[in-house]
Design a protein around this ligand. Sequence first.
Ligand code: GAL
Length: 459
Amino acid sequence: MTDANEGSDVSRRDYLKVAGAGTLGVTALAGCMGGGGDDEDTTTDSGSDETTESMDGEDTTTESSTDYETLEVQHWWTGGDGAKAVSALFEGFKQEYPDIEVNQNPVSGGAGQNLQTVIKKRVLNDNPPSSWQAWPGANLQPYVEANKLEDIGESVWGENGMKDAYLQGPKDAAKPGGKFVAVPLNIHRLNNLFYNTKVVEDAGVDPSSISKPSDLVSAMETVESETDAVGMAHQTKSAWSTSQLWAQVLLGEYGVETYEAFTEGKVEANKDAIKDSLQIVKDFQSHFNSDAGSISWTEANKKVINGKAAFFHQGDWAAGMYRGQDGFEYESDWNHVPFPGTEGVYALNMDSFPMPTNNPSPEAAKKFLQYVGSVDAQERFNPKKGSIPPRTDVPKDEFGPFLSQQMDDFANSETQVKSIEHGLAIPPEVKSNFGDAMTTFTSGWNVDKTYKQMKRAFN
Ligand code: GAL
């Protein structure tokens, strides 16, 4: 990491204030800095596979040039969490712009649990990188309101036929305040249930027959009585994976209307559904691997790969990891079904790259963002990442059977619900409070206490 990343020990309380500053300006953002670093979310995953496999040992630095300042791009795609995909992206960029020196400066930690703190601090200090990995939409709202992002409607979105080629959803997400400020690179699906084919076959369990989340509990009991595997691989070291899981349980058990009512803050009216969904996740918890509290999501996913666990819930970035694993083949070794009860639904998440003001390398950043929005970039990155492209004109040949099916499912889906955990469906300040509630949940699995906190999240 560079100096810019040092001291990323903003306390969770302050971090949340910043994260929740959707309606506040730059003064309020600035007032939130400092503090003590007393929380797991600000701890890097050092020693985990996400760090040690970082960047596949690839040096992405190219020849420097007098025409461009160095392009610094921060992301959390290290190790099994997308390193091969992001390497492919920068390889393509290097071919197209050999004159631009690139400094990838990743901060590992699934779902941006560490990078997001670093970025907030850097932006507040007017020392942003050239661009960084960010969920688009409402997540960028605080930066827009603090005037920290630039309008790239012409300089970037005017190129490569982007305005015509992008799907409407990602296009809308790129302009949270009405102006284009970011470029989405991928679309991930969250309502997947992955499994190890051999383990479920040995157990005599048919995943496609599991029609709702609560039925998954008895399927996992069967797995555990018939095989040596645990029912579900999971990580609870950081709460985000359980937030995602709970949201899919609510969606699968109670349907799109209830899910959307929750995102609109109708918590009391859906008390029973919300509490029951928490209880179902608590029931799942007795089938998690015993080291769930101390591992990363990529380590959890390895348990599916080596047959120590049957099921796995994650976004389809999990499949990006399977694809990078030699001898672990789609269908014969791993497979997936839509999360029980969610067939016909595509639960969405995206990653994008914004353009900050006070950019250390504005010209190189524009070229990079134009590239992110191109067919070439999206064709290189998405197959390896386990995501589908937000452009409609990317050839499908490289995507393989799993992602081709995801593309079809996306095209045929009746509803595309937005992710709660990734802040596409709820405002930033609510998301922060919701994250707190889920941290409470993973600390003690107390349904009543978590429910009360969820209710307060919207006030
Ligand atoms: C998501 C992100 C994905 C993936 C995942 C795990 O938030 O959109 O690209 O990296 O986190 O870290």
